[in-house]
Every structure is written in C-alpha cells, then in structure tokens.
Design a protein around this ligand. Structure first.
Ligand code: AGP
Length: 615
C-alpha cells in the first residue's frame, strides 16, 4: 500500500522523486523518505507524517544525485516513526532499499542476521531485505546488485515490490516484484528511466511503461533495462503506452481530488461509453472481453468478486446481468471468496471489479478462479494493472486516474461497464429483442447529461451539510437496485468524515436497526419514483414516527415527498436500471461537504490507503 518512485538519468533525482511521491501520497502517509547516491555516498532524508514534512527537511538540508529512490509509507511493521521510515540503509551503508509489502518470515531472518552480528536500526520487516542484500553482495554475489537482490528475494516469504541501490554502482537501480503487493511500472524516457508503484507518479515524464510481473527482477540504467525471472531467464516485456494525460492527474481548480473526481463524472462516463455502443443495432461493443456467442450461451453463472466500493458496484451489476442477460449472478467479497472453497467450473465466469487492479484480496479471488478453470474477466481502471493482465478478457473503466482515497468516478464507471457487459451478454445469449436493446442503449446515452444535472444539487447539499455535520450516527436506506447505493453512501461518509454510518436494505430496518432511530439520527432514504416508491414512503413514515431526521433523495417533480421528509434532494427522473448512477451523486457530495465542514482530510483519510495490497 506504500508508494515507490525511483529515478536514474542526467537530472537531479530528488525533485523528480518528491513530485512523484506527491502524486502517490494517497497510497500511504505515515512517513516519507528519499535517498540518492552522490560522490560515492548514500544520502537519506526521512520524516514522519505527510510528504510536506519531508519536503521541508529537504529544503533545509538538500540532497543531490542523479540516481535516487523515494517512498511514502503506510505502516505495517513498526510504528510511524522516523527510524521506521523508508529508505532503509544496510549496516555498512552500501545498500539502500524501498519496499512495498510484508516480509512474512522477517523475524526468523532477522534473528539469523543478528546472530551473524548484523545490527538493526528499525522495527520494520523491510530492513531485513537490505541487510540480506548486503550479506549476499559480500558473500556469493561478488558485488553484483541484481544477483544479491535475487538471492535475498528468494529467502523472503510474502508479497513484495522493492527498489534497491548500491553506493558503489551509481549507474543502476534494481527492482523486483513477487506476488501482489503492488505493481512495479518502469517508465522509459530519453537517456533516463523511472520506476514507480503507480502510473501517475511518473506520467509527466513518460507514457511508455513496462510492468513487472510476479517473480521478475529488472536492472534499470539511464540507457535501458534488462528484465529476467527470479530464476534467471531473460524476459521480453511488452511496452504499454498509457493514454492518460498528466493534467487529468492534477487537482485543477478544485480544493480536493475527491471533489474534482465527483465533478468529473459527466465527462468520465462519456469516456466509459464512447465507442462502445452501436445505438442503431442496440449493441455493446466490448472486443477486449474476447467473448463469443458460443461461450456466452454456455455460461450458467457469473460470480463477481470485489472489495469495498467495487463490491457495491458489483451488487448493482447483479441486477443488470440477471435482468438483461438472464444469467445467475453471485457477488462476493474478494477477501472472503477463497476461504469458502467456492464451486467453480468452465461454465462459470468470474468478474473482478477493481479500480486499482491491484487489490490483493481481489487478486487472490481471481487466482482461485483461475485454478478452478472459470473464465476470468475484470473491470479495471488502471491500464496494465495486474488484474487486467491476468484476465481472459477485460473492460476498462476509462475514468482517468482516481487519486482521492474515497472512490467516486470509478464507482459510476464500473456500474456503466457492467451495464455494457449485461447488454453484450444479452445480445449473444439472445435474451432481448432489438427494440429492447435499442431502448437500453438509448437510456445509456442519457447518463452523462443526467449525472451533470444531479451535480447541480451541490448548493442544496452544502446547506444540508451545515445542518447535519455535527450528528454522530447516520442510517442510509435503499431498496431494490438502490440498496447498494445506501451501502455506498454510508461507506463514503464513514471513510472521509469518520461519522458512524450504516447502509441497510430499507425493508430490513424493521427487523432491528429501527431500534437505533431517535431525534439524533439522520436517516437518508433513497426514494426515487420507481416500483418500490410506495414501500420507501412507508419506511420514511416509520423512521419519522421514531423521531428520525429524514433526508430523502427523490425524483424531480415529486411534491408528495416534501410533506414526508425533513429535507429533500431532487435528482432528475431517470431510467430505473441506471438510477443508481444518478442517485449516488448527491451522496458523494454530501459525504464530501460534511467531511469538509468537520475539517477532515478528505483526500487522505486516516488509516486508509488507495490501493490495498496487504491482506
Ligand atoms: C472506496 O472508497 C474505498 N477506498 C475502498 O473501499 C476501495 O473501493 C476498495 O479498497 C477496492 O479497491 P479497488 O477497486 O482498487 O480494488
């Protein structure tokens, strides 16, 4: 979950690394550090807390060098203290490492190294790596950094991504990846090269990237790179050209990335749909899914695996695929899936939904599916990510980089992707008529405009945030296709404002949570004009009868609701199946403005990280 950036070339490394880390700070912000090599010495600056502390330290005490590595930390082993911040230097000061992942057997290795007289300066598992590298460089690898790193990695259990430097070899960086602790992208420049855990860190310098697979190690110089497996077999890797532009990874006129990303949705959803629909024939065009009519007809089940917001997106997608393609869908948490010995076969498709494409729990569920011979699909935002690479077919979200830790535009994009998937399956399985397909594709074409209109609720929501921000418990209720939106709305509020919020299927309220409702509890009800409207009204009556403060998200023109709820947020009338995409917009805005009112750190909420690469 940590962020890594490294540079080698003819420019000063530190500013490039610090700017890169700034773009990765969402990955972890317990501490940050940078190391360079200059005049045969390793120079390190580290500090606890956010990157700004490190920047100030570097300003006061600059460090030079044309090769360097940097890190933002999300603490696993060892408290967020300076001594535990990366980069970590070996005992004799020859080697320095940054690391993402967990060395599961670090205690065993540490004791072994200590018995050999090696002294440790931190409480981290990472320090073991650099001490092992130094030990092998002196004994067995004859000073060869790649060889010493390979030997060290062979001894380490767990999943890792590392970058190492040797003060005696200021012309090479070595990076290795094992398992799914996070990606390693090698960015290719002109007489300079870059390494990063995440694309946005180095996007302003190059769009040409190579991604290390698990159990690969690369030696990177200013002029080139050499990749091999950990067993020493050379690898020829594909060079990907990343379509994102650096500007889309910047905040622009917005105060926070989250706010920018919420407002980006009318645009991002246009990109999600663009070029993928033949409106005349009512068809979804998804060539990267590699799906044939024969396969589509042979399927008897689809299992969606995902975590957090992506999981809630999967709950919405279930409605689409079952309703349009008449295919049975189960949705499971990536973190739970492999622990229940799931039944899978070649008639099952497993669909992973993941913005980052590197959530370790989702990747583990995908591996389970792969082993059990299911067809493996993914919906991903990060081009070239592990999830995309290991899938038989994929659909990209095309949402552009999502930096805010709280996911917003990836949520709506992944819902629309599932709508497209359902249409593609429906046409191949022949479950819809041409007229129906045309209607559904026409509905989809309205989405960017409807989302744009839902964003106009912001002034009302700002006022609401002023009225509600001091409450400590919220209940979110939804029914049918908008039940997952209640879950997502509550998650957004929890994540960024630290208010306790529960999402619940509205009909279940009377089976327990109703006991919580009193005049201190705002109850947010998704009460759009659909087939469940009457039932939602009766839930609202029940909440009101217990003194709850009811906030309704309702359809424009519904005047009845004003007499039932304390506050009403109107969204435009929209097609039932696509209503979650519209209804979630005010909930994202509400969470954002409540968090703002409470002075919370919206883009970097405490304890969280954007890509969750530990189990
Ligand atoms: C969303 O706001 C969260 N920060 C989190 O739940 C996230 O959706 C989850 O970790 C899954 O991430 P992924 O989509 O990158 O796999």
């Amino acid at each position: 979950m940590c962020g890594i950036v490294a540079y080698i070339g003819s420019r000063e490394a530190t500013p490039i690394i610090l700017d890169g880390l700034q773009r990765l700070e969402y990955r972890g912000y317990d501490s940050a550090g940078v190391a360079t090599i200059d005049q045969g010495e390793i120079h390190v600056r580290r500090d606890v807390g956010k990157l700004i502390n490190l920047r100030l330290k570097v300003q006061a005490d600059p460090l030079t060098g044309k090769i360097g590595i940097g890190h933002t930390r999300w603490a696993t082993h060892g408290a967020p203290a300076e001594r535990n911040a990366h980069p970590h230097v070996s005992m004799d000061g020859e080697f320095v490492v940054v690391h993402n992942g967990i060395v599961e057997n670090y205690l065993e290795l540490k004791h072994e190294l200590m018995a050999e007289g090696i002294e440790f300066k931190s409480d981290t598992d990472t320090e073991v790596i650099v001490q092992l590298i130094e030990r092998f460089a002196h004994n067995g690898a004859q000073g060869n950094l790649t060889e010493a790193t390979r030997k060290a990695v062979h001894l380490m259990r767990g999943a890792h991504a590392i970058v190492v430097m040797n003060r005696n070899k200021p012309d090479e960086l070595v990076t290795a990846r094992v398992g799914n602790a996070g990606g390693v992208a090698i960015g290719l420049g002109e007489h300079e090269n870059f390494i990063a855990s995440d694309i946005p860190a180095i996007l302003e310098h190059t769009r040409r990237m190579i991604f290390l697979e698990s159990r690969q190690i690369a030696t990177v110089t200013a002029q080139g790179f050499h990749i091999q497996t950990l067993d020493g077999n050379p690898i020829k890797s594909e060079i990907h050209t990343i379509p994102w532009d650096p500007v889309s990874a910047a905040k622009g006129e917005f105060k926070h990335f989250m706010q920018k990303e919420i407002f980006d949705q009318a645009r991002s959803l246009t990109d999600t749909i663009r070029g993928r629909v033949d409106f005349e024939r009512g068809e979804a065009l998804l060539p990267d899914l590699n799906l044939t009519a024969e396969q589509a007809k042979a399927l008897n089940r689809l299992v969606t695996v995902a975590c957090g917001t992506s999981y809630y997106s999967g709950l919405v997608g279930k409605f689409y695929i079952e309703h349009l393609a008449r295919l049975n869908v189960e949705v499971d948490y990536g973190s739970e899936y492999r622990y229940r010995d799931p039944i899978l076969d070649d008639r099952t498709a497993v669909l992973a939904i993941t913005q980052s494409g590197e959530t370790v729990d989702t990747l583990a569920a995908m591996e389970e599916a792969r082993e059990k011979k299911a067809t493996l699909w993914s919906i991903v935002n990060t081009i070239g990510s592990q999830a995309m690479r290991i899938s038989d077919g994929y659909i990209t979200m095309n949402a552009g980089p999502e930096i805010g830790v709280a996911s917003t535009k990836a949520f709506t994009a992944s819902i629309v992707d599932q709508y497209l998937l359902a249409l593609a399956l429906a046409q191949l399985r022949e479950t819809l008529t041409l007229g129906q397909r045309r209607q559904y594709t026409h509905d989809l074409s309205r989405i960017p405009d409807l989302v744009g209109r839902a964003l106009e609720t912001e002034p009302v929501i700002k006022e609401l945030a002023t009225a509600l921000h001091h409450y400590t418990d919220f209940l979110y209720l939804g029914r049918g296709i908008n039940y997952p939106i209640a879950l997502e709305g509550a998650l957004k509020l929890k994540e960024i404002s630290y208010i306790h919020a529960e999402g619940y299927p509205a009909g279940e309220m009377k089976h327990g949570p109703i006991a919580l409702i009193d005049e201190e509890m705002p109850v947010l009800c998704l009460a759009l004009k659909d087939n469940l409207y009457e039932k939602m009204i009766s839930q609202i009556e029940q909440a009101k009868a217990r003194g709850g403060i009811v906030v309704a998200v309702a359809t424009e023109g519904d005047t009845v609701i004003q007499s039932k709820a304390d506050h009403v947020i109107y969204v435009p009338e929209c097609p039932y199946l696509l209503s979650p995409v519209v209804a979630v917009i005010p909930l994202q805005l509400l969470a954002y403005h409540i968090a703002q009112r409470r002075g919370a750190d919206v883009d970097q909420p405490r304890n969280l990280a954007k890509s969750v690469t530990v189990e």
